[in-house]
Every structure is written in C-alpha cells, then in structure tokens.
Design a protein around this ligand. Structure first.
Ligand SMILES: Cc1cc2nc3c(=O)[nH]c(=O)nc-3n(C[C@H](O)[C@H](O)[C@H](O)COP(=O)(O)OP(=O)(O)OC[C@H]3O[C@@H](n4cnc5c(N)ncnc54)[C@H](O)[C@@H]3O)c2cc1C
Length: 455
C-alpha cells in the first residue's frame, strides 16, 4: 500500500471536505464511496455530500452563534462545503439554507475536477491493514464496515434513532390560511424577511393536535436497538409526551409573527415551513421530525390549518446513527489509538450535523495530509470553534456518558471578567467569537502547509 496516498472511506460531508483539504495541500486522495451501487435508506443520489434531511446549515451569524462561527472558520480555511453552500444559498432569514441537489452536484464536480482526487465507487467492508486512511462513513455506515469497526474497537459503534421532517408540495398549501414571514421579519432582503411559510393555530386546534399526536400510531424500535435521538432533532410526538405546552415553546412557538389574514388575533401556536428547493415547489415542516407511522402522519399533519389538503413529497421517518466512543478511542489528531494509520471524521466521531461533520472532515483532511508530508499539525486551539469541538470529542467529553454533540458555546472556555446569565449573553457571545476568530487565524497562519486556493 502506497503510504503517500490518502484513502477516504465515505464521500459525505466529512469525506468530501477532507479530500478537498488534503488535495489542496498536494496529497493524492482516493475517495471510496459505496453509492450509488449500495444505497442507504436516506440518500437518494450518487452525488457526494448529499444532504439527507433538512436543507439548512443552520445559523449563519458568526458573532452570536457557535454554528455561524464554525461557518466563518471553515470559510477562512478554504472550506469546499461552505463555499459551495454560499453559491447555492436560498432565502432563509438568518439561517444558511441551500438548494440541495445543485449543491451536492457542485461539490462532486469540484472534487472530480481536482487533479489530486479520484473516486472509487464500491462498498469497503473491512478495516484497511496498511496505508493512510480516514473513515468518514457517517451515521449510516454500512453494516459490514460497522461490524468490522466494532470488532476492532470492541466498544465503539452504537446505534440509536433519529427522525426526518416531512416535505410538502407548495401548491397543495392553502395560502388563504397561511402566510409568508420570517420571525421578527429578520433578514436584509424582502426574500429573507418572507422566507418562512406560517400556519397558525388557535387554542382548540392546538389542543386537538396534541391529542392526535399523543394517540397516533408510532413506529416501534426494533428489539436490541437502543432508542435515542440527537438533541435539537427530537420527534414532535416525543416533545408532546414531555408536556402539552412543549411544542408551543419549541418548533410551534408563535412569537415574532403576525397573521395578515387576522392581524388582531394572536395565534396560539404556529407551524413553520421552509423552502426546500430553489424552485420553491417544496417546503419542509421545520422541526417536525417524527416517527409516526405514515398513515397516522398524514392524518395528523393535515390537522394543521393550511395543510388540510397537503401532498407530501416525503414523509418523516426514523433512522440509525452510528458513532464511536471517541474520547476513549481517538487521540487528539482523530487517529484510532490502536491503529494510528486510521483516522475517523464526521458524524461517526460523535459530532452532530452537516456543519460539524464537514468541520471534522476539514481537520482530519489537513492533519492526515500534513502527516503524509512529514510536517504534523498541532491540534487547533480550544478557543476556536473547531478546537472546541475536537477537544470535546477526543477528550473533553465524559466518556461514560458520551453522546453526539453540536457545536455550542458551552464547549468554550469562559472569557474572564464578563457578566454571566441572560443579560450578559450578547457581550459574552461576541467575546467568544472574537477570541475564536483570532485563535483560528493564528492556527491557520502557523499551519505551514496551509493552502489558500479558491474553489
Ligand atoms: C436520516 C438522517 C437525517 C439527518 N438529518 C440531518 C439534518 O437535518 N441536519 C443535519 O445537520 N444533520 C442531519 N443528519 C446527520 C447527517 O447525516 C450528518 O450530519 C452528516 O451528513 C454527516 O456527515 P458525514 O460525512 O459524517 O456522513 P454522510 O454525509 O452520511 O456521508 C457518509 C458517506 O459514507 C458512505 N458510506 C457508508 N458506508 C460506506 C462503506 N462501507 N463504504 C463506502 N462508503 C460508505 C455513504 O454512502 C455516505 O456517502 C441526518 C442524518 C440522517 C441519517
């Protein structure tokens, strides 16, 4: 096996970004991707970097939000995923939503066009014996490879469930009941300020909706499988089970919205839908991941005012998530301690979400390439968002209770001398993001092999 070539298993968010970074540092890269020959239940295409559920990279606010900060750091590092997302951006208020199919096609084309990158299609079903590898096979790692990883780590991969939000055809929505508006009219353009489609509920409708949710037929977990969800993506029926008001304070909160059809009546709850493609023909129901059975699902969702005749392009569903106990298995360069020629990246390392997965791909790609080139990179400083995440998964987190993690300010060291609590929040977040940007810029400047060629 040629030790100067980097092999990456999985061409998703993490694998694509890792390949791009390593290739730009001058290292030859082979991506091994099983699709389209072997699919998963969530992917639809053979494209690299396919977004399997929501079309959002979440908040793009790099001063007050940790995900927005991660966007900023990836852009500063010539990140392929962020640059391509920017090119296929859709209006979504303060969030970065993208047109998913052109986005994935562009990532694929950019990688295919790079002289240092080649793609070999086919499933990898065992752990490589030699050479330099990154495993970035994601939450839906194929069964055989998952078993091989589990056999090697003895404790690693564990499966749990998550849920997909339904997608509705726009022309089936009753706009005499619904209206377009972003919460608090946020956004700089008219398109941004009207990025969401809102369906209002009065109190009796909300109560009936909660009753129906609680009574609906749900998909049961299979025997031997562990039930769990990633935070921020809880199925609506699980939220409803936690309390009748939970949804009204979560995805159905009515604040910052005025119904133009009844401006004097404050809605009791609001269901929001967000554009899912550039054409504006599809809308996803924001935060409405669900494991209700299909029949029950259509019945319950059609109780939402404006969706009485909704046609669904895709109903919600449940899925598996495979991830390692990274704090015990990986070193601070994301190498498997027992087999340091193998790195892991992406969701399988126990980060959560498209952005975080791509971010860990960016680091793994750079670190692996630097090692191949004989100039290993230091781990990024913990004050950066990248550093905060990698420190968390490779050591900062409690190994016994390790669960997938989104980037958030809770992973950052406190900034001295600033007020705690809600009142000091704005200044605190600004201080975190200022400090992070400077730490990340320093790390990039000191990464001797940093490549800064535009996409
Ligand atoms: C159904 C579902 C819904 C989700 N919804 C969201 C969401 O709304 N927002 C969000 O931020 N995150 C969501 N996630 C998480 C999301 O998958 C990850 O955030 C992100 O895609 C992970 O990136 P990754 O590169 O680690 O894995 P992926 O993007 O899944 O890429 C892994 C790649 O590895 C390939 N592969 C797997 N096994 C093998 C093998 N043995 N050989 C070769 N290739 C292989 C796969 O085909 C895939 O292309 C969801 C996940 C699932 C499963």
């Amino acid at each position: 096996m040629d030790n100067n070539t980097l092999h990456i298993i999985g061409g998703g968010m993490a694998g694509s970004e890792a390949a791009w970074q390593a290739a730009h540092m001058g290292v030859r890269v082979v991506i091994h991707e099983m699709r389209p020959a072997v699919g998963t239940f969530a992917h639809r295409t053979g494209d690299l970097a396919e977004m399997v559920c929501s079309n959002s990279f979440r908040s793009d606010d790099d001063e007050q939000n940790a995900v927005g900060l991660l966007h900023w750091e990836m852009r500063a590092a010539n990140g392929l995923i962020m640059q391509t997302a920017d090119r296929h951006r859709l209006p979504a208020g303060g969030a970065l939503a993208v047109d998913r199919d052109p986005f994935a096609r562009s990532v694929t084309e950019a990688l295919m066009a790079h002289p240092n990158v080649s793609v070999e299609y086919g499933e990898v079903d065992s752990l490589p014996e030699s050479g330099q590898w990154i495993i970035a096979t994601g939450p839906l790692t194929s069964q055989k490879l998952g078993q091989a990883i589990a056999a090697e780590t003895g404790q690693g991969a564990l499966a749990f469930f998550d849920a997909i939000a339904p997608i509705v055809h726009h022309d089936s929505i009753d706009m005499s009941r619904a209206w377009m508006q972003s919460r608090y009219d946020k956004g700089e353009t008219e398109a941004e300020r009207t990025a969401y489609l809102n369906c209002p509920m009065d109190k009796p409708t909300y109560e009936a909706f909660i009753d129906a949710l609680l009574a609906a037929d749900k998909t049961e977990f299979h025997e031997g499988e562990t039930a769990g969800y990633f935070d921020g993506c809880l199925p609506i029926e699980v939220m409803a089970e936690r309390g009748r008001e939970t949804l009204r304070h979560g995805p159905m909160k009515p604040v910052g919205l005025t119904n133009p059809h009844m401006p004097d009546v404050k809605p009791w709850a609001v269901v929001q839908l967000r554009r899912d493609n550039a054409l504006g023909t599809l809308y996803n129901i924001v935060g409405f991941q669900t494991k209700m059975k299909y029949g029950a699902q259509t019945e319950v969702l059609r109780m939402i005012p404006g969706l009485e005749n909704a046609r669904f392009a895709r109903l919600g569903g449940i899925h598996r998530n495979t991830f390692l106990n990274s704090p015990t298995l990986l070193d601070d360069q994301m190498r498997l301690r027992a087999r340091p020629n193998i790195r892991f990246a992406g969701q399988i390392t126990g980060v959560e979400g498209y952005v975080e997965s791509a971010a860990m791909g960016l680091l793994a790609g750079r670190m692996a390439a630097a090692e191949i080139l004989g100039h290993p990179l230091a781990t990024p400083p913990q004050d950066s968002a990248m550093g905060a995440l990698i420190h968390h998964i490779t050591g900062g987190a409690e190994a016994k209770t390790f669960q997938p993690m989104n980037v958030n300010f809770g992973l950052f060291r406190p900034v001295d001398g600033l007020k705690g609590g809600r009142r000091g929040r704005k200044d605190r977040y600004k201080a975190y993001t200022d400090r992070a940007k400077s730490a990340w810029n320093d790390w990039l400047a000191n990464s001797r092999l940093d490549a800064e060629q535009p996409v």
